[in-house]
Design a protein around this ligand. Structure first.
Ligand code: ADP
Ligand code: MG
Length: 344
């Protein structure tokens, strides 16, 4: 066969790289929303067609992209977020690899429109499967950015075959948006699908406003059965809501856990939570919770794998015992009979 070594073309290299970042509409939406948050947006509008397979559009009111940087934003390994290796130690943004837009535009038709201008003068570039329409065109756009992604995997049919039904893909998008929404109560978010409003969340960070958002996302029944918890010990802080055992689920579908504001999945965390609920939940039932763990950023490494939501705790034993202890106590306190006043 072809046993000579050849450099991959940039286009092919991007398409291969895209395999890691861009699996389905939900992964595109995650990248786009994170970019918007990194740009300081306080309002995110997500518009989907046919599960996102046909089209997905994210508009934000963030700081926008300079005219002369627009084309660069679509290039691989191009980022405004880090400039030197040392920056990685203190990276405060959700992204930093400069890969998302390059990857997405290598497997879809992407249009990027942005403005830094209060007066609404913006600029636009497009790319289709990596064939850049190099010319910048002026476009009216309020301060902020809109990324419009159409025909995902139009040029990679093998990838397209792995997509599920529009409904399933949309559900994943919905889940992604909700997961992110619970990490940023200070950001307004709307989600539309096929022209219909699906989710509309108002910004607001006081307790009442937060609980309204949790109820919108997890359902009013969750909120009614939720115990509010807030525990602080040895530099660790855990707060949020756990449903009483009476509100257990047949699936692990209402479990939101954040470490320093980032949604994560972690073995240490899952184990501690599972053990805390072990005495009070029937076998095969899953707890429901929205929990936030806050700790010194220096004692947790969040860059293990940015797309997989993994973290590594310096002292995982301490974290485990703190989580287990706090949840166990909250659940014990809430047991019928010895229960404190939880319903206000
Ligand atoms: P990364 O987020 O890792 O830097 P991306 O490919 O996601 O890489 O984005 C490339 C660059 O484009 C970003 O570093 C940022 O400067 C710019 N950018 C992307 N999306 C937005 C947005 N919504 N608002 C402002 N700038 C953006
Ligand atoms: Mg990014």
């Amino acid at each position: 066969m072809h046993d000579r070594i050849q450099q991959l073309s940039p286009r092919l290299a991007n398409q291969i790289a895209a395999g890691e970042v861009v699996e389905r509409p939900a992964s595109v939406i995650k990248e786009l929303l994170e970019n918007s948050l990194d740009a300081g947006a306080t309002r995110l509008d997500v518009d989907m067609e046919k599960g996102g397979i046909k089209r997905m559009k994210v508009r934000d009111n963030g700081k926008g992209i300079e005219r002369d940087d627009l084309a660069l934003a679509l290039a691989r390994h191009a980022t405004s977020k880090i400039h030197a290796l040392e920056d990685l130690d203190a990276v405060a943004t959700l992204g930093f690899r400069g890969e998302a837009l390059a990857s997405i535009s290598s497997v879809a038709r992407l249009t990027l429109t942005s403005s830094r201008d209060e007066c609404g003068q913006g600029w636009q570039v497009s790319a289709e499967g990596r064939e850049m329409h190099a010319q910048l065109t002026p476009a009216a756009h309020p301060r902020g950015t809109t990324v419009d992604v159409r025909d995902l995997f139009f040029n990679t049919p093998a990838r397209r075959k792995f997509l599920r039904t529009e409904k399933t893909e949309f559900n994943r998008v919905d889940e992604t948006v909700k997961r992110l929404a619970l990490s940023r109560f200070d950001v307004s978010i709307s989600l539309r699908h096929n022209g219909k409003g699906v989710l509309s969340l108002r910004a607001g960070s006081n307790r009442v406003e937060m609980e309204r958002r949790v109820a919108q996302i997890c359902g009013p029944a969750f909120m009614q059965k939720a115990l509010h918890i807030e525990v602080e010990r040895s530099g660790l802080r855990l707060w949020g809501w756990v449903a009483e055992p009476a509100f257990s689920r047949s699936q692990a579908d209402l479990q939101f856990f954040y470490v320093n504001g980032r949604a994560i999945r972690d073995k240490v965390v899952s184990h501690a939570v599972r053990r805390a609920f072990a005495d009070v939940l029937h076998h095969g039932r899953h707890p429901a919770f929205v929990l936030y763990l806050e700790l010194d950023p220096a004692s947790v490494d969040v860059n293990v794998h940015p797309t997989k939501h993994e973290v590594r705790f310096r002292d995982s034993r301490l974290v485990h015992d703190f989580l287990f202890g706090s949840l166990h106590r909250a659940l014990a306190d809430a047991r019928p009979g010895q229960r404190e006043k939880t319903a206000e």
